[in-house]
Write a protein that binds this ligand. Structure first.
Ligand code: NDP
Length: 393
């Protein structure tokens, strides 16, 4: 009997909520497709109501009835850290392991070596850097993720965090909650986004969605990427291309980071790079925490070189309670929630089900979901994760 191990974030502290609940929306919009015509997940069936909390342990990504109905074993846990964890114990005979980037089940080379039956690792969401992909390749393990599922959610979050930082929303909200009304305190670091130079590091699905949403704010948009976008697109959104991140950061007031974590991007936002930014710049990073040098960010905020940092992603996850980014000056951090909105959960739960249906029926997994297959980077993975030089498009 195939065993599926599902590692999900814990339920709310007050318990798993009834659905529909009386303090939230009952429905989410039914979208026809992803932007640019990419098709939504199309499983043969789902056993959840879109808008329900699916990503926590009791939500089970809506998979239990389907898997058990087909005679498969499902183990669900949030306990994923350390050798004695349920994850560590259960992985030894799991055929399939599924986790979300918000609560990643880190599949290190050591764990992959222990998971003797493992054939498929699914990222319910986008970003499979918590899986050691080279080892997965070497062991012939398939890795897939639900491409597009939460790209727009992350883009919305990035735009929100830019506004939150530049306008100094957190301080203003705290004054309101605390019963105060000191306008001077509230606005002494509050600016407008209008007229700023905003730089996008990596114009992929999320980076482009950020550009498209920010353009109406009257900002000057800049970007860098491994490949230049078509001239008509640059013109439509007023995008200025820079050959490198080093050149980009010198010309902007706000940097928003949307590159994957690879050996080229790890630790890229370091002391040297931050020192070349305009004094009082802002950084938003919902991509991966390890793209930024943790201590360099704190130092730049302390010195005023950065006026604010809002990220959604940390290294590791969950971050320890004393992680310096929780308390550093002028931060508007969130705990990797940008891609976990309820509509995103509905999409990546359905995409996970589609991947499982195809896998168990011996059908090919959609190329846009594939990261690693048959010992090679494949599909989306061949473009996004492989370290080889990528031909210009
Ligand atoms: P895409 O693959 O669509 O875009 C990534 C872009 O990064 C591509 O345009 C790619 O270039 C570019 N790129 C890759 N490496 C470099 C580099 N070294 N220098 C410059 N550009 C580079 O991914 P998405 O937009 O969907 O997602 C981006 C990242 O966001 C994910 O990898 C993930 O880490 C993170 N993410 C975070 C989420 C969250 O919940 N916070 C949810 C979803 C994603 P090109 O293709 O031109 O070669």
């Amino acid at each position: 009997m195939a065993k599926v191990l599902l590692v999900l974030f814990p339920d709310p502290v007050d318990g798993y909520p009834q659905f529909p609940r009386d303090d939230a929306r009952d429905t989410i919009p039914a979208l026809p497709d992803y932007p640019n015509g990419h098709t939504l997940p199309s499983p043969e069936g789902t056993d959840f109501v879109p808008g329900q909390l699916l990503g926590s342990v009791s939500g089970e990504l809506g998979l239990r009835a389907y898997l058990e109905g087909a005679g498969r074993e499902l183990v669900v846990t949030s306990d994923k850290e350390g050798e004695g964890s349920v994850f560590d114990r259960e992985l030894v005979d799991a055929d399939v392991i599924i986790s979300q980037p918000f609560w990643p089940a880190y599949l290190t080379p050591e764990r992959l070596a222990k998971a003797k039956n493992l054939k498929l690792a699914v990222t319910a969401g986008i970003g499979s850097d918590h899986v050691d992909l080279d080892t997965a390749n070497a062991l012939g393990i398939t890795v897939a993720e639900v491409t597009y599922s939460n790209s727009i959610a992350v883009a919305e979050h990035a735009v929100m965090q830019i506004l939150v930082l530049v306008r100094d929303f957190v301080r203003q909200h705290e004054i309101s909650v605390d019963g105060g009304w000191n306008i001077a305190d509230a606005v002494e670091r509050s600016y407008d986004v209008e007229g700023l130079d905003v730089g996008i590091f990596a114009a992929g699905r999320i980076g482009r969605a950020v550009a498209e949403r920010l353009a109406p704010f009257g900002v000057r948009l800049h970007y860098t990427d491994r490949h230049r976008l078509p001239a008509e697109y640059e013109e439509q959104y007023g995008l200025t291309f820079h050959e490198s991140i080093e050149d980009l950061v010198r010309h902007i007031d706000v940097l928003t980071v949307h590159a994957p974590l690879t050996e080229q991007t790890r630790g890229l936002l370091n002391d040297e790079l931050l020192a070349t930014m305009r004094r009082g710049s802002y950084i938003v990073n919902p991509a991966r925490g390890a793209i930024a040098d943790q201590d360099a960010v704190v130092r730049a905020l302390d010195s005023g070189q950065l006026a604010g940092y809002a990220g959604d992603v940390w290294d590791p996850q969950p971050a320890p309670a004393d992680h310096p980014w929780r308390s550093m000056a002028h931060n508007a951090m969130t705990t990797h929630t940008s891609g976990a909105s309820l509509p995103s959960q509905a999409k990546y739960a359905a995409g996970t089900r589609e991947i499982l249906e195809d896998w168990f029926a011996d059908r090919p997994i959609r190329p846009e979901y594939l990261i690693v297959e048959g010992g090679h980077y494949a599909g989306t993975g061949a473009h996004s994760y492989a370290q080889q030089e990528v031909a210009a498009v």
